[in-house]
Design a binder for this molecule. Sequence first.
Ligand SMILES: Nc1nc2c(c(=O)[nH]1)N[C@H]1C(S)=C(S)[C@@H](COP(=O)(O)O)O[C@H]1N2
Ligand SMILES: [Mo]
Length: 249
Amino acid sequence: MNERTLSSRRRFLSRVLGATGVLLLAGCERLSQSEWFPKVLAAGERISEAAQTLVTGRKAMAQEFAEVDTAEPDSEAYEALAAKGFADYKLEVAGLVASPRSFSLAELRALESRTQITRHDCVEGWSAIGKWKGAKLKAVLDAVKAKPEARYVVFYCADPMANDGTDLYYESIDMDDALHPQTILAYELNGEVLPIKNGAPVRLRVERQLGYKHAKYVMKIELVESFAHIAGGNGGYWEDQGYQWYAGI
Ligand SMILES: Nc1nc2c(c(=O)[nH]1)N[C@H]1C(S)=C(S)[C@@H](COP(=O)(O)O)O[C@H]1N2
Ligand SMILES: [Mo]
């Protein structure tokens, strides 16, 4: 089996297992920089240089982390879109909306946008700061006239999580997060067109939530009253594996 056929889920797990014992213990527990790293630093500060030398020696190795190796979605449909620079990409918006429609990248870029420099916290224990630009999700929802009974926004992604090409990544957020001014459908990262590894052509940024809520490769958005009927019924790919649906930080 070549690397391309390894599912993202297996890549995710192998990254966790390939990391240090500390990360292994942390596993897939809810873990953000804000709650975990400060504890480590606080403990470290109590150790004087002399004490640290005594315990570990000056040649002891610092903790290292596994490389985060997200690859491009294992999907022929996605590869065909990427081959044309996403010129044929359309974001479909459906469900509890008065005017369902789709948006080309040019149409998304014409909507009200926001640029923000924010920190991404992944449950695997890493964080990264990036400058994101994208269409406000509120502008998209206003354009399609979200119905009052809509309670959640579901994001369907292009990347299959199973080796047989099924089990697409998906996520959902509630209306409070959907209408939040910092919730955007990002198409740029650090002043460049959003790279494939970070979710091209469009990925969700929902800044008050942990990393797995930030759906990449978003192909379709659906407004729903409940997500009980979707996939495992828990509102997201990782939620169906036991992660919390509400991952606020
Ligand atoms: N479609 C899709 N979105 C996804 C994921 C994924 O595997 N597929 N991984 C999530 C997780 S766990 C994290 S931490 C972030 C990683 O975003 P990055 O690759 O831009 O750093 O994307 C999230 N969104
Ligand atoms: Mo993550």
